[in-house]
Design a protein around this ligand. Structure first.
Ligand SMILES: Nc1nc2c(ncn2[C@@H]2O[C@H](COP(=O)(O)OP(=O)(O)OP(=O)(O)O)[C@@H](O)[C@H]2O)c(=O)[nH]1
Ligand SMILES: [Mg+2]
Length: 224
């Protein structure tokens, strides 16, 4: 009775690290994986206890709660992207995790972000007016993640010691700012929804940093 679900659809252009992030979440050793393009929609599940539970008092149910993460992994290749609509219609999730890669073209990724916007709306209702109405009246979760932040490390630093410091974050924030107009469109279309931002490295961030991402989603969904 203590367990709760966090259901997310993971989107973003091909190669941004969606599958890597989900593999990391489910405990696969990503250093050993020879990564392949995702061709089909995959559902991954993992029950986790968030580190934040430690800070709750003993009489709070939150102290004992586990969260089941249900992540819908999607192919990012533009030729397979129409599957996003299908995935979102079929698997209703609490919201969307949208990943970005600072090494890839801004323009191409902006198109992917715009596609996620349109397919998300389509998944609410294929009649545009009805979809807009639903978007106005419902709370969804939109979380934008700048992945691969380890690429901002100076070349002489071992990636295994990767931590998000202020200098790296500044570069990641600067990169994300290029997507602000598209993100503003989301905010205008979904006024009741929650918007979050994270900066990480799916491969090199310590588990605690990834855990924080699910902590933010949890608070957005359950407000506790
Ligand atoms: N440096 C670095 N590389 C990463 C990181 N995350 C993923 N990668 C690499 O990026 C490549 C693509 O990762 P995937 O997880 O397959 O990307 P994807 O978004 O699932 O791609 P599609 O399935 O084609 O949509 C792989 O070579 C990963 O090892 C990261 O945090 N840092
Ligand atoms: Mg993939």
């Amino acid at each position: 009775m203590f367990d709760r679900d966090i259901r997310v659809t993971v989107l973003g252009n091909t190669g941004v690290g969606k599958t890597t992030l989900i593999d990391r979440m489910t405990g696969t050793d990503v250093h050993k994986i020879t990564s392949k393009k995702t061709l089909e929609i995959n559902i991954e599940e993992k029950k986790i206890k968030l580190s934040s539970s430690q800070s709750h008092p003993w009489y709070s149910p939150e102290k004992y709660r586990s969260y089941r993460i249900i992540a819908i992994d999607n192919p990012g290749d533009y030729k397979l992207r129409r599957k996003w609509r299908e995935a979102m219609r079929k698997f209703k999730t609490d919201g969307m995790l949208f990943l970005l890669d600072p090494e890839q073209s801004i323009e191409v990724q902006r198109v992917a972000m715009e596609d996620s916007y349109n397919y998300f709306l389509d998944s609410l209702d294929l009649r545009p007016e009805k979809a807009d109405q639903k978007a106005r009246d419902t709370k969804y979760i939109f979380h934008f993640v700048v992945n691969k932040c380890d690429i901002f490390l100076p070349a002489d630093i071992d990636k295994k010691s990767f931590r998000m410091g202020p200098v790296i974050k500044e570069q990641a924030v600067d990169f994300l700012s290029r997507f602000a107009p598209t993100m503003d469109e989301f905010k205008a279309t979904f006024p009741l929804s929650k918007f979050g931002l994270s900066y990480l490295s799916a491969i090199y961030s310590p588990y605690k940093a990834l855990d924080k991402l699910f902590e933010i989603l949890k608070v957005f969904i359950y407000q506790t």
